[in-house]
Design a protein. Sequence first.
Length: 619
Amino acid sequence: MDYKELGLKAGIEIHQQLDTAEKLFCRCPTCLRDIDERTGEFYRYLRATESELGEIDQAAREEMRLVRKFCYYTYDTVCLVEHDEEPPAPMNPEALEICLTIAKMLGMTPVEQVHTMRKLVIDGSNTSGFQRTALVALSGALPNGCRIETICLEEEAAQRVKDETFSLDRLGIPLVEITTAPCMHTPEAVAEVAEYIGMVLRSTGRVKRGLGTIRQDINVSIADGARVEIKGVQDLDLIAEVVRREVQRQTNLLAIRDELVKRGARVDHNVIDVTSIFAETKSSILKKAKAILAVKLCGFAGLVGREIQPGRRLGSEMSDYAKKCGVGGIFHTDELPAYGVTAEEVARLREFVGAGENDAVVIVAAGRERAGCAIEQVLIRAEMALSGVPEETRKMLEGGSTAYMRPLPGAARMYPETDVFAVTIDADRWESIKVPELLTDRAARFVREFGLDEALARQVAFSERLPLFEKAVAAGVRPTLAARTLLATCRELARDGVAVDRVSEGELLALLVAVEAGRAAKEAIPDLITELARTADGAVGGPEERVNAAIEKVSPAVSQADVEAIVHRIVTERQEFARERGMGALGPLMGVVMQELRGSVDGKVVSEILRRELKQLLS
C-alpha cells in the first residue's frame, strides 16, 4: 500500500507498569498472586456516572447496555482501597519520581501541580467504576522528530480471570501512560517509536518486566477514514501488522461504502419476527432460541460477507455490535445456507421479509429482549456502513486483526478526584531528578570498555540480567565470561529443561566469582548451574556455601599432578592415533580429557599439558 497516498496517520499510547514496592494509592505490595491463593470474593454491579456538566460518556453508555454482575477475587495482599470501601491514600512518591524521571529523559516539561482525575471505566476492570489518572508532564520529543504529547501516572486495572471475573492483585499497581502525537505515517514507523520508548522505559531500571507489564494502544486513521484506537497490543513484533491490517480494514470499508452508494443501498428499520419460519429447523442455535428477529438491508447483498481484514468481514463488525446485547452473534444471507440452516429455509426467509436479489437479510436468535437489542445494534452498524468508517475503540485479535469494543470515549469520561491531594512539582524537585544512561548508550560503552562484540553488548544491556552482569564485573569477573554465562548458558540450559529460574542471582554471582578465582573451571558452569537448580528445594546455607557444595559434588579439585597423569594415560592409550595425526590430534584428545575431568580443570591448563605431552611423544 502507498501509505502516503492513503494519508495514514498513527499515534501510540504506551502503558508501562512501574516496579515500586507499593501501589499507587495504598500501601499494598505490587506482587501478583496465583488465583488459588485468593482469600475471598465479592460482587458488584457498575453503572456510569454523569460528568460535571450532567453528561454520560458514550463509551460508558454502551457498556451499560447489558446489566452485568462482576466478581472480584481478593487476597491477603490487597486492602479496602482496592475493594473501593476506603478512600485512597496519598499518591505514591516513588511512582511519581519514576514518572518524572521518564518525563525528563523524553525532554518533557512537568506540570506545576499534579491533580488526580477519575476516568470512567465500567467494564468491570475497576471496582470503583473509574480509574485514577494524573497528568504529570507535557511536550516531549523523540529522535525521529515525532512528539510526545503527555505522560500520565495512573493505577493499573484489575486482571480479568474469565468473563466477568477479575483478580484484585494487579489493581492499583502504578502505571505510566505515554501518548505521542499522530506523527507516524508508516506501520514500520509506529513499531520503531514503540521500540524506542520501550528502551527508554527499561533504561530507568525501575519498570516491571514480563508479559502483560507493557501494553500499546495504537491510534490509526487514513484520509476519508476515521480515528480508531486499538487496545492491548502486547507484542512489539505485531505492531506494524496491526497498523497494516487496520489500514486494509478502513480501505475496504470505504470501498464498501462507495459500492453501497452506487447501488442506492438503504437500511430498512422494520424488524420482523421470523421465528415461525424456523419452527422445524435442524440448526441447533436457532432451534433453542425463543425469538428469531430479522432485518432487511437493501442493496447489501454480497457486501455483508466481503472480507475487510484476514478472517473478518462486514458481517463480523455487525456481529461485534450485536454481542454487546449478550447474544452469541448473527446469521446473514451472504453466508447461508450453513450452520444447519437449509437453502429452503433461506428462500422462505427472503420471501417472508420481501428481500430482493440485491438485498441481504440479517437474523438474530436469542431471548426476545436480547434479540431485540441485538437487531437494533445491527441496524446501527449497517447505517454506519453507508457512511464509511466509524470512530471506535477496538481490541486486537490473534494475528493482528481487530474487533469492535466500544465507541471512542469523549470529554465526559473525566472528572476530578476529590479524595487525593494535588502534588506540587517545584523547580528544586525537578532539578533533583537524575537521568539514567540509555540502554543503547550503555551497550556502546560495553563495547568500548569491555571489548564485547556489539551483538552481545546489546543483549546484555537490554537483558533483565543487566544488574547482575554489572555486579559480576564489579566483583572482578571477566565481562565476556559473565555475559555468556548469564545469557547464552542460562538460556541453553532452560531450553534443555533445567529450572534456571530457581537459581538465585546471589548463587549465580558466587558461581562466577568462584570460576574467576580458579576454584572451578568455566567448562563446569553448566553442570554447576544444573546442580544448583536441582537442589533448590530445601536449600540450606548462603549462596557461597551452596556454590561450594555444588563444586565439591560436580567438579571437585584435581591437582596438576593428577591432570598430568590422566593426560599421559590417555595419550599413551591412543598413541597410534596421535602419531598418525600429529599435532592435529590435539582437538580430539582434548575432548576425551575434558570429558574425564568433567570440567574440574580450566581448559587452558589442560590444553597446555596435552600439547606438551603430544610434543614429547612425537619427538
